[in-house]
Design a protein around this ligand. Sequence first.
Ligand SMILES: C[S@@+](CC[C@H](N)C(=O)[O-])C[C@H]1O[C@@H](n2cnc3c(N)ncnc32)[C@H](O)[C@@H]1O
Length: 266
Amino acid sequence: MTSSFNVHNAAGYEQLMGRWSQRLATPFIDFAGLADGEKILDVGCGTGSLTFALARAADLSEIAAIDYSPVFVEEAIRRNTDPRINIRQADACALPFADGAFDRALALLVLHFVPEAGKAVAEMRRVVRPGGVVAAAVWDHLGGMPGMRMMVDTVAALSEGGRQLRARYCFQPMMRPGEMKRTFVEEGLADVTETQLMIRMDYRNFDDYWAPIAAGEGPLGKYVATLDAAGRARVDAAMRDAYEAGQPDGPRSFANVAWACRGIVP
Ligand SMILES: C[S@@+](CC[C@H](N)C(=O)[O-])C[C@H]1O[C@@H](n2cnc3c(N)ncnc32)[C@H](O)[C@@H]1O
C-alpha cells in the first residue's frame, strides 16, 4: 500500500483540512525557501493548497504537482488557471520525473500518509538538482493537534475500536520528535534542519468542526463511518459535549503544530 489517506470528496476535504493547509502553506514556504525563476515540485498536492500558494509566492518558471488520489487531481486541475502549473496523478514513491529536474521538492501534510515515507523522501531527493532543497511538513497528531486529539480521546473512552483508532492516529509515520529529520539524513540529504510550525484552526461552531468528519472525510471520518447507529449517536453526543466544554455552542480556536524538515541535495 502506497497511501493510507482516505478521500471522500474534495469539498469535504476543504472543510476538514484544505482551509487550514492553505494557512500552513505560508509558513511552510517561508521555511522551505523559494526564489524567482525556480522549478518546484509539490508532492501530494491534494486540492492545491500549497500549489496555488507557491504560484502566488514567487515568480516561478514551473510548478509540477502530483497526487495519488484521482479525485483530488481532478479538483486541483479544475481550479487551476495558471499555465505554469502542471498537475497529474502519480505516486510519491515512484515520481515520474527525471533526476535533478527541480530546484525544490515540497510535501505539505503528505508523508504521514505514506507507509514507506523514506521511499518518498528518496524520490524527492532524486528529482531535485544538487544544491536544491527537499522539504516536508506533517502534523504532530499526538502532541500538537488538540482539536483532533479531542476526537480520538473521546472515542477511545467509548470503545476498544476508538482506542485502536487513537493508537494509529497518534503514531502515523514521521510524527515522532526527530523522526523526519532522521529519515532525511538516512536518505542522504545534507544540512538537515527540523522545526515546528504553528497555525490556529478557528471553527464557527460545532457543526463547522464536526460536519466533515461526520460525513466520512479523512482518517477520523473513516472511523465514524464504521459505527452502527447506536455507536454513532453516542459519538455524536460525546463530541458535541467535548467541543462545547460546558459553554454554549459557538466559535472555538485550536493551536496546531506541524513538524517541518528541510535538507539540501548534496
Ligand atoms: C492531508 S492531504 C494534503 C494535501 C495538500 N498537500 C494539502 O496540504 O492540502 C494528504 C495528501 O497526500 C496524498 N498522498 C498520500 N499518499 C500519497 C502517495 N503515495 N503519493 C502521492 N500522494 C499521496 C493524498 O492523496 C492527499 O491528497
